[in-house]
Design a protein around this ligand. Sequence first.
Ligand code: ADP
Ligand code: MG
Length: 544
Amino acid sequence: MQPQIVLLKEGTDSSQGKPQLVSNINACQSIVDAVRTTLGPRGMDKLIVDARGKATISNDGATIMKLLEIIHPAAKTLVDIAKSQDAEVGDGTTSVVLLAGEFLKQVKPFVEEGVHPRVIIKAIRKALQLCMEKINEMAVQIVEQSKDQQRALLEKCAATAMSSKLIHQQKDFFSRIVVDAVLSLDELLPLNMIGIKKVTGGSLEESQLVSGVAFKKTFSYAGFEMAPKSYDNCKIALLNIELELKAERDNAEIRVDNVKEYQKVVDAEWQILYNKLAKIHESGANVVLSKLPIGDVATQYFADRDIFCAGRVPEEDLKRTMKACGGAVMTTANDIKPNVLGLCEHFEERQVGGERFNLFQGCPNAKTSTLILRGGAEQFLEETERSLHDAIMIVRRTIKHDSVVAGGGAIEMELSKLLRDYSRTIAGKEQLLIAAIAKGLEIIPRQLCDNAGFDATNILNKLRQKHAQGGQWFGVDINKEDISDNYEQCVWEPSIIKINALTAAAEAACMILSVDETIKSPKAGEPPMAGGGMGMGRGMGRPM
Ligand code: ADP
Ligand code: MG
């Protein structure tokens, strides 16, 4: 008998060929089943509890996928496309996972019958290319005629993005806020210049948009009450300096043998602090913000001189203030000159629910705004924030690429029809494959119906018929359990979402199809014997 050849490390697990492909597809299917029900305006939410017991309620595909902690190597691809969709366009994260899963499901019978994956991949690529051409041809360019029209368009896109979320009842209210927030930014539309703050309590409608920077009042010492709480034309000193007494004494060991010497040390400490304070005062600042604590002596000192101060300001808020108001964050008190101070037109401290907020408005440098969200439970606010993030991203995208398509499955049905028509013109395996992908696209309207409790078969039949007659914008009407022209109904989505979702889904499907072997190394640190049945046998390599 020949000796066994040991190729891989002990405990390595590998499987290959068709069964591997099919098992990867099945794994993706189970992931898709996990997020399937969240799609669309009537989608359900998921409550996910992590190992530490933190509960998250979400409807957002990317968030759910992230929290699921998937370890299956092939299924992770789906997590990645959801994440990339989230980063790239911000919405359409459930759709992308669903599409990828459905493409795989539709081509699975072909894999099982032994069609070579390369042939399938080629067909998917061809279908994708046809879809891209069609979307670009169909997308309605919104010619920027007037500010009002642009606003109306943006609000509709934001409303469509939010209609599938927990806050869908307040979508009109929030779409106005979101559009205001995005329009207040400068050309580049930097996302980090929109701050979102959450204050539990109150109702959603009490949420407000502050044009400028706002952050929660920081911890403050006695003497704070006396400081003024509102200024016009203020000069802001941004610091990274500790203005507390204790600091110096902690840093050194001092030996003294009489009270007088000790007094000197104490005096010196006070002197150091007072010098710093005096420098800040001399610079002409009337608002002092510091990343580090501002102690009671300093608070009192500033209050006596009509200066507002806040210590322990979170870094991101300080940075945003710096970007918006100009100036620089100083780490020593020596160089505080008027030219490093930030400027803003109006500063005030305002009560929002149970919290006090510091608001800086009329910032000259960068355009920025802050959303202060109100609402019941913590988890609810967090989901609201995620939904608004989706809507904000959508509005930004729409401003950049101002073309839209109709949602509610309309565009998917039209693409499906296109592919079906195309498949009839070609012969061979490709015909069947393209037809399968055409069927796969129908998952979006089908799932929208299923999630709303509609008869999906019936509605899909109506949609197919309508599209065959040339009604290219017909999609699911979620309110009437029927079909409607979703372009007229203003269920609009930026075409970039669909382009990105289809491309990512097709790429993910191709990637999963092109893997025919998984080789898993034993985990580092794990004893080789624990590597599982198959690996063990191979690893032993006993010469016989
Ligand atoms: P995703 O994470 O993919 O954005 P959503 O849960 O937000 O998932 O659902 C988006 C889908 O819901 C899109 O296909 C969109 O066209 C559809 N949709 C949104 N609003 C409506 C509506 N009012 N009527 C019909 N379909 C809608
Ligand atoms: Mg969405």
